[in-house]
Design a binder for this molecule. Structure first.
Ligand code: PMP
Length: 431
């Protein structure tokens, strides 16, 4: 990669001048990346980092087939979406088929936030209800409507009056812990409370929105029966169900293409973003045709860029790469291998209180005390920086900021997992 002449210090000052004084960047000092290559990111000094923060380029950075499809289409045609085109139809048909034919109508947008916003508007239009339910530390995006169901992003202020938050099924730290009988039903019972609370205020739910991997709640493994029970409760109260697959979709959780399939449910909406274009901005709402039609009868739904020629080509290429490489099944296998390694680290480093896997998304929770579970957020920050020094990129997550979040790309191999585990081991020893 081309060496950059600007120092990190200069870039951060320049950034503050033109992009706000609170730059939302990782690490102190932040990293200046100049190149991506498969599982690797390369900084301006030429140092290579194993990217286990990966939440966008799910088939690896700069995948040649995705780049080739984008480049090819860009040279032929990229126009607004009010002309007929074939690729976007093929893309929609293949997405619909991936839901087993349950959700065959697509609304194309450009980001996960937009997808959730449009799903919400469709749910409002379909049900006529005002209420919205989400998990208590969820993140679903940046529009005003979706910020209302993103408590993890709220720095101040309170949840709007039409929103009710419910417990996430955290069997390690939540009120019902692993080993509790009927754990799923107990957690799901919180949806009854939320709906009763809405009813008391004269409202019924339009929708519940669930991130199938509970990413911001600290990455929680599927709890059998939990999401199904919530969906049932919300539907009985007249609401629809949104599976936010922005992070959990595209094989991230292994075995199944969609995260919701791990929960044994069929949602009314699947919303996607991040990995759909492997870095090319692309968002989609998948729903039932009658719900989309109802919405389009009420409003002229149209997105200038949504589902344009290049986006469709990118989306199709990502599906091709995942299918041809058998990456969903492989992700499940690599996830099991990595999870075994993480459990091994837990056995040797007492600061680790819990390790969790939602497929190729891992949460490593750091605590001072295994009995009272007192969180160790400062150590978590330090550990993440030490891991960066070792050459491994991860994030932090959770209400207390004491969870290390790892999401390697689907092309991660067991050799990469070994490397990551060695780097983690060294960083933990240095902590
Ligand atoms: N939903 C989830 C689960 C997300 O993680 C995110 C982004 N972090 C979004 C929605 C919003 O997507 P975008 O940033 O593309 O608007």
């Amino acid at each position: 990669p081309r060496r950059s002449r600007a120092s990190v210090g200069e870039l951060i000052e320049r950034r503050k001048r033109v992009m706000g004084s609170r730059p939302y960047v990782f690490y102190d000092p932040p990293l200046h990346m100049v190149k991506g290559e498969g599982v690797w990111l390369i900084d301006a000094e030429g140092r290579r980092y194993l990217d286990c923060y990966n939440n966008v380029p799910i088939v690896g950075h700069c995948h040649p087939r995705v780049i080739g499809a984008i480049d090819h289409q860009m040279r032929i045609l990229n126009t607004n979406t009010r002309y007929l085109g074939e690729q976007v139809l093929e893309y929609a048909e293949r997405l619909g088929a991936s839901t087993g034919g349950a959700l065959t109508a697509c609304a194309f947008v450009n980001s996960g936030s937009e997808a959730n916003d449009i799903a919400w508007r469709m749910a409002r239009a379909w049900t006529g209800n005002p209420g919205f339910i989400c998990q208590d530390f969820a993140y679903h995006g940046i529009t005003e409507a979706i910020d209302a169901v993103s408590p993890s992003a709220m720095r101040q202020g309170e949840t709007p009056g039409h929103v009710r938050t419910i417990l996430a099924p955290d069997g390690y730290r939540g009120p019902y812990r692993h080993g509790t009988s009927d754990m799923a039903a107990r957690y799901a019972g919180d949806a009854d409370r939320a709906i009763a609370s809405l009813a008391k205020a004269g409202m019924a739910p339009a929708a519940v929105i669930v991130d199938s991997a509970f990413m911001t709640n600290g990455i929680l493994a599927p709890l059998p029966g939990y999401v199904a029970a919530i969906f049932e409760t919300v539907r009985a109260a007249g609401g629809l169900c949104i599976a936010d697959e922005v992070q959990s979709g595209f094989g991230r959780m292994g075995e199944h293409f969609w995260g919701y399939q791990h929960h044994g449910v069929t949602p009314d909406f699947v919303t996607i973003g991040k990995p759909a274009g492997n870095g090319h901005p692309l968002g989609v709402v998948l729903t039932r045709p009658e719900i989309l039609d109802h919405f389009c009868n009420q409003t002229a739904f149209f997105s200038t860029f949504g589902g344009n020629n290049v986006s469709a080509a990118a989306g199709l290429a990502v599906l091709d790469v995942i299918e041809d490489g058998d990456h969903v099944r492989q992700a499940g296998e690599t996830a099991r291998y990595m999870f075994a390694g993480l459990r091994n680290l837990k056995a040797r480093h007492p600061i680790i209180g819990d390790v969790r896997s939602a497929g190729l998304a891992f949460g490593i929770e750091l605590v001072h005390d295994h009995a009272d579970l007192s969180p160790a957020p400062q150590e978590t920050d330090r550990l993440v920086n030490l891991m960066r020094e070792e050459g491994l990129l991860v994030g932090t997550e959770g209400v207390h900021g004491n969870i290390v979040k790892m999401r390697p790309p689907l092309i991660f191999q067991t050799g990469h997992a070994d490397l990551a585990l060695q780097m983690m081991d060294r960083a933990l020893a240095r902590l």
